[in-house]
Design a protein around this ligand. Sequence first.
Ligand SMILES: Cc1ncc(COP(=O)(O)O)c(C=O)c1O
Length: 399
Amino acid sequence: MADQSSPRPIKAERIAGFGTTVFSVWTRLAQQHNAINLGQGFPNFDPPAFVMEAARQTLEGYQQYAPLGGMPRLRQVLAQQAKKDWGRDVNANTEITVTIGATEGIYATIQALINPGDEVILIEPFYDSYPASITMAGGVPRYVPLRPTEDKGWSLDLDELRALITPKTRMLVLNTPHNPTGKCFTRQELQALADICIEHDLLVLSDEVYDKLVFEGATHIPIATLDGMWERTVTLSSAGKTFSVTGWKIGWAIASPALTDAIQMAHQWIPFCGITPLQLAVAEAIEASQTNGYYDELRQLYQGKRDQLVAILREVGLDPYVPEGTYFVIGNTEKLDFDNDEAACQYLTEHVGVAAIPPSHFYSDEHKHLAKHFLRFAFCKDDETIKQSAERLRAKLTT
Ligand SMILES: Cc1ncc(COP(=O)(O)O)c(C=O)c1O
């Protein structure tokens, strides 16, 4: 008879250590205190009209499963876009997989390429689905932090990264433009990372979901385009941020035929395929954006929002690190008197009425202290929301 005194745990070991995501926790707190939510990274404004029109049309006509790798039309448009952005001929049939957002791209890539015990290097602060996906595959995340520089940028200590490499290291996860610092890795930095990956035969998962959100003075460079990197890189992106449709969850993985074949082996048993009409709507949206000026408008829109939020944070003493891309900005609470980032977020949510995210959740236990003075704000919000946040911050934080 089974031992009734110690009931079997319901949760499998691979997920037992996971908590509720930081976003759910802080969104709940924001709602409780009627705070403006600058925590969670999704736009609170409508997608462009041409994107919604494309969705209405494709919803009329397509209701059945898409092919495993994605609708051919979307894959062709993505190949066209890669030719424009990267100058590379990407094969739409053998080098592209359409995924359920970049999130499934991350999960499928890691399931496909990481064996139990393999080590994967993550750069902190990280997007929190990386360690979860690695753990679920039986892999072992190893962490190296970005450190703030004197001029309020961010840098990676390559010796610190090199020190993590062991014979078990299999992959480096890169995110550029980087959430939450807004850092766009320069060609020189990418070349140094590429050299390390080539020397140690590492694969790279390059998460580029903010590739169209890059501001004046910065450039987005896909590491896959550097010499010797195509064969070892999986480049992930998605439509969510670019077209303000985070709920559509249309993403893609671009990689060599050998890597794509592996990713599709995993993908076929995760969702099998992505949502057919929305894949086609995204194809229309990308194709239209190649000629209608949308990408420039988007950059200008977000650069304006960034500049507004950065100015407010400066004014109230939350010394921002100006992001080069993405729709996030990190503020610094060093001039204020908080024990840590959680305490600062709690104060802001409860007493100021503006919710942010404590970035220590994007660090390993070993490095959480590095985020002590950081707060992450999202500026993918309409002008009224940013204006109201400014009023609340000014009212409570300026003396
Ligand atoms: C760095 C990064 N990667 C991936 C994702 C998830 O992308 P998707 O919504 O396409 O799954 C996000 C969303 O916030 C992100 O910030």
